[in-house]
Design a protein around this ligand. Structure first.
Ligand SMILES: C[C@](O)(C(=O)O)[C@H](CC(=O)O)C(=O)O
Ligand SMILES: [Mg+2]
Length: 302
């Protein structure tokens, strides 16, 4: 393990965590969403496992997508933004060797960090009933395998615990302390239901704690200020923009079918001008024009 690369994505994530308290982390479903979130001022982004499954594959978030599927999205998104990416690695995508490979490949793909959860491999969304979790020892082994594979000491290894639902606060805290001992740098407390949960948890777990403020789930939509007050270090919005895009897209599709024109939904659309601005299209166009101008000149002299 080295600390050579001072500007590694992991290092940038840790810097962002110092600069913004709590650090707001926005889910970006694809490269263009990452550009939009960056321009809105976010300092860190998230690649959601549910997002990869739902948006890239049209599948439910039930552990069906693979390490390679997630890596492909991470590569695309990390190429489009300077911001550090926290990536949802579900249960690590296999046993110790697979988990080690997940870490190595995530670093190569440009991720700043990953979270690995303590659910069984046949995982579910953290906000659904009937989740099953592995033993504390098995999860500690996952974390050790991941920590051992870190080629960049700054790469963030976050342990997510889904234990609150089945083992209560006592279980979630006890497990998290073991996960930190095993090498977790931070903890993701999944599906907390009250501010008191966070206060309780952060008073007993000394590493930075993430709150997942996903919509229509178990956790109420606590504000940044409220979460700051209970010791939360990171606030995640994994699918907020995705959910909004989906509603907008459906409205456009149904309007086109029912009205035969998009006139009434134009105001819901981003204009061509805006799209191009975010993409830096005009800059590309200027370069292209300049390039053609240069190529033309020698021709004229001949
Ligand atoms: C954070 C999460 O793991 C994700 O994949 O984005 C999901 C989010 C969701 O389903 O709302 C989870 O909380 O399990
Ligand atoms: Mg997930």
């Amino acid at each position: 393990m080295t600390n050579m690369n001072r500007s590694s994505p992991g290092h940038r994530f840790r810097e962002a965590l110092q600069q913004e308290k709590p650090l707001q982390i926005a889910g970006a479903i694809n490269a263009y969403s990452a550009i939009l979130a960056q321009s809105a001022g976010f300092r860190a982004l998230y690649v959601s496992g549910a997002g990869v499954a739902n948006a890239s594959f049209g599948l439910p978030d039930l552990g069906i997508t693979t390490q390679g599927d997630v890596l492909e999205d991470v590569r695309r998104i990390s190429s489009a933004t300077e911001l550090p990416l926290l990536v949802d690695a579900d249960t690590g995508f296999g046993s110790a060797f697979n988990i080690a490979r997940t870490v190595r490949e995530m670093i190569r793909a440009g991720a700043a960090g990953i979270h690995i959860e303590d659910q069984v491999a046949a995982k579910r969304c953290g906000h659904r009933p009937n989740k099953a979790i592995v033993s504390t020892a098995e999860m500690a082994d996952r974390i050790k395998a991941a920590a051992d594979a870190k080629s960049d000491a700054d790469f963030v290894l976050m342990a997510r615990t889904d234990a609150l639902a089945s083992e209560g606060m006592e279980g979630a805290v006890a497990r998290s302390l073991v996960y930190v001992e095993a090498g977790a740098d931070m903890i993701f407390l999944e599906a907390a239901v009250s501010l008191n949960d966070y206060a309780d948890f952060t008073s007993q777990v000394s590493v930075p704690v993430l709150a997942n403020i996903t919509e229509f789930g178990r956790t109420p939509l606590f504000t940044l200020e409220e979460l700051a007050g209970v010791g939360v270090s990171m606030v995640l919005y994994p699918l907020s923009a995705f959910r909004a895009m989906n509603a907008a897209a459906l409205k456009v599709y149904t309007t086109l079918r029912s009205q035969g024109t998009q006139a009434s939904v134009l105001s819901d659309m981003q204009t061509r001008e805006e799209l191009y601005r975010y993409l830096g299209y005009y800059e590309y166009e200027r370069k292209l024009d300049a390039l053609f101008a240069q190529v033309d000149e020698p021709d004229e002299g001949e």
